[in-house]
Ligand binder design. Sequence first.
Ligand code: PLP
Length: 401
Amino acid sequence: MESKIVLANRVQQIKPSPTLAVNAKAKALKASGADILNFSVGEPDFDTPPHVCDAGKQAIDEGFTRYTAVPGIIELREAIANRMAQDRGWKYEPDQIQVCCGGKHGLYNMAQALFNPGDEVLVPTPYWVSYPAIIQLSGATPVFVPLAEEDDFDLKADILAQYATAKTKGIIINSPSNPTGSIFSAQALESIGKMALERGWIVISDDIYDTITYGEGTLAHILDVNPALKEQTLVLNGVSKSFAMTGWRIGYTAGPQHIISAMNKIQSQSTSNPSSVAQKAALAAVSGPQDFPVRMKEAFVPRLDFIMNALREIPDVSCVLPKGAFYVFPNLSAYYGRSFNGKKIEDSVALADYLLDEALLATVPGAAFGADKFIRFSFATSMDIIKEGMKRLASALARLQ
Ligand SMILES: *Cc1c(COP(=O)(O)O)cnc(C)c1O
């Protein structure tokens, strides 16, 4: 029976995360006994390190199970400030930091605190799936700035200028990027910084993958371009990826005090503090030894090498070499227009569906990231699965004609 209850406009305009949809279908197939290889997952395939788990257990045993300060316990905010100072040389006071329920929640609080209907927010595309929805939920409009495969998905100043208007309120950058694995060059960051300063934009830097980079050199950061940018930049991060803590739900934002204060107001009237127990675990992660993220990254290197080599051997596939995160984002569009059993594959959704049905590979279609020519494969999975998966991919693509 059709319900009489009409849902709010805001929920009707946003799409459910397509990554979750693929995951659900893959899980259902798996439950029915199919030998699904899962390349769709956006989290490390590592357990949270023991010293971090112990800190969480100890918090429970010691009765640290009540409300905390809304923006997080002071020890954790101090530890985050110290880590940023030590690793990056940035100076933040604890009242310039908000701890929240995961990196995604930090973005949500930011959008609610900053954006009005009519505001435009620049989103370099391919983008992380949640940016458009989070912007739309605030009433603002995401404006997609295309990044080209030929440019290694780096941002070009002249392209950026084409999408900036008088309504532009800010820009979200994500380097290293999910889904492309690309990082923005110092030059790209300089042009963003220059426009942001001239036009008074807020820069939102989603740094969630900053511990997972490959190759030589340090990761360029927008805050290092011009010290004045600190007054109009929010740095978002968390322990989900760096310490394999996706289920603990701890993220944080550092930025100008008046913006953090506004975000605290939003948080105080919605979630209140993030889990007290998870905060203690995050404190152990942020203030303790930093070898875990390094070891995790080292484990990703041979997988990245293998998957890139395998992709290079498949005809008509191109793939930008990722410089960070744990995804490859090959361009498979040469296969669009080809058919299997008389059924034509027209786009990334159809191809991902074909790979799931015919090769038992769970992936995420590029359409989910605003880039229909591509499909995202996560290599946060075992080498055995990657080897078998690439074999299946090559043979499934070869069967299309
Ligand atoms: C995983 C991820 C986040 C944060 O995830 P949480 O689980 O909410 O901490 C933020 N941005 C990007 C691009 C991500 O991939």
